[in-house]
Design a protein. Structure first.
Length: 88
């Protein structure tokens, strides 16, 4: 599964979201975390329809988006979404 974190340089909530994802991935050994900075990669941010930072997107192995959160999610929210991303 892929966890995408979309951030911006002056986003205090982005640092908190990084910490949440770091805690969550300790329980998700097969998860890949990718961080996209909107200033460095505006095309990627646009293609993901990013309106706010931080935004967290969790995708299943088939690419299906199972979770999208604008703002800081909780570890339980991330883990619950991760379960939905697991193959059936």
């Amino acid at each position: 599964m892929e966890l995408t974190l979309v951030t911006s340089a002056f986003c205090g909530a982005c640092a908190r979201t990084r910490a949440v994802l770091a805690d969550a991935v300790r329980f998700l050994p097969d998860a890949t975390v990718t961080e996209i900075d909107v200033a460095r990669d505006p095309d990627a941010a646009e293609s993901l329809d990013i309106r706010f930072t931080p935004t967290v997107i969790i995708r299943a192995a088939n690419g299906e988006t199972v979770f999208r959160a604008e703002g800081v999610p909780t570890v339980p929210q991330v883990l619950t979404a991760a379960v939905r991303a697991l193959p059936a």
